[in-house]
Design a protein around this ligand. Structure first.
Ligand code: GUN
Length: 298
């Protein structure tokens, strides 16, 4: 048996297209475009790639993009001053400060300074708390994208056994909350979990977000499980792959022989993150303008 491939790239393209249609409707109704401000501090090359991709996707969706690139030596006070300015700017609906921040800047203090109704990353404590108690707020983009893929693949998640591997604030914890809100039975596993293979073997749904290349093996899976692989790890260069192959946290070929469906790396979860960011920004814009989005396709 070979698993169905969950095509996150295609799903993300569809979502971005729907966001684009809704963004045009917003601009016509509100008399302005929805706007996303992205802040990058320092020169981390991977972060620079992400920020460029976010800005490009924002423009492609018909929204306004405000990019702020600050030198690595920027002080926390300077960054907080920029956030205060963006909080007060009526053209800015969403604010994203790319993480990680340079050493010396307190990430939690920066996240806390973002107005919760512009926190399209869903990292502010207000939004984390809203998710935990089931109130409307902003949900982190990567786990929300994973939930969309799961609901597309499985329909109702009610009563499913879900195992989330990884307990980060960005992915693992909000993923578990989303699955719980969708009535799954949820286990959060992590580096101290005893007998991880036995825990994973219970799961109808496995979400892997640990950042360790090919850690989850095919023989850990229950036959017919649905596997969402959030990991993006670059292996050491080889003759065949001089830049180093990109792999997930799941040993794909082994898992594809056991699972019912699985996301590939690349082309699975990765493209969903930006698509959901655009969606969250548009939702923020509608809320700020006091307008109602037509339909509920997003
Ligand atoms: N760094 C890695 N992923 C993310 C993300 O989703 N948002 C932000 N702001 N930074 C990140």
């Amino acid at each position: 048996m070979s698993a169905a491939v969950i095509d996150g790239k295609a799903f993300a393209a569809g979502l971005r297209q729907r966001v684009g249609v809704a963004a045009a409707a917003f601009a016509a109704q509100a008399g302005r475009k929805a706007g996303l401000a992205v802040v990058l501090v320092g020169e981390d090359p991977a972060s620079a790639v992400y920020v460029r991709a976010k800005g490009k996707a924002t423009l492609e969706a018909g929204m306004a993009s405000f990019e702020h690139r600050l030198p690595a030596a920027t002080s926390e006070a300077e960054l907080l001053a920029l956030i205060a300015q963006l909080n007060a700017d009526p053209a800015v609906d969403g604010i994203l400060v790319q993480l990680p921040l340079p050493a010396g800047i307190d990430e939690q203090a920066v996240i806390a300074a973002i107005a919760p109704d512009k926190d399209v990353d869903g990292f502010h404590i207000d939004n984390a708390g809203r998710l935990a108690v089931g109130q409307e707020g902003f949900v982190p983009c990567t786990p929300l994208g994973c939930l969309m893929l799961l609901q597309d693949a499985l329909g109702d998640l009610s009563g499913k056994e879900a195992v989330v591997i990884g307990r980060s604030n960005i992915v693992g914890k909000p993923m578990a909350q989303l699955l719980l809100n969708a009535n799954a039975t949820v286990t959060i596993a992590h580096s101290r979990t005893a007998d991880l293979p036995a825990v994973v073997r219970r799961a109808d749904i496995v979400v892997a977000a640990v950042g360790r290349p090919e850690m989850i093996r095919g023989d850990w899976l229950k036959p017919g499980a649905v596997v969402i692989d959030v990991g993006i790890n670059r292996l050491a260069p080889t003759d065949d792959a001089p830049k180093g192959r990109l792999v997930g946290d799941v040993a794909y070929d082994e898992a594809a022989g056991v699972a019912a469906a699985i996301t590939p790396v690349p082309g699975g979860v990765g493209p969903m993150t930006i698509a959901v960011l655009l969606r969250n920004t548009l939702v923020a814009a509608y809320r700020h303008a006091g307008l109602q989005m037509e339909g509920d396709a997003l």
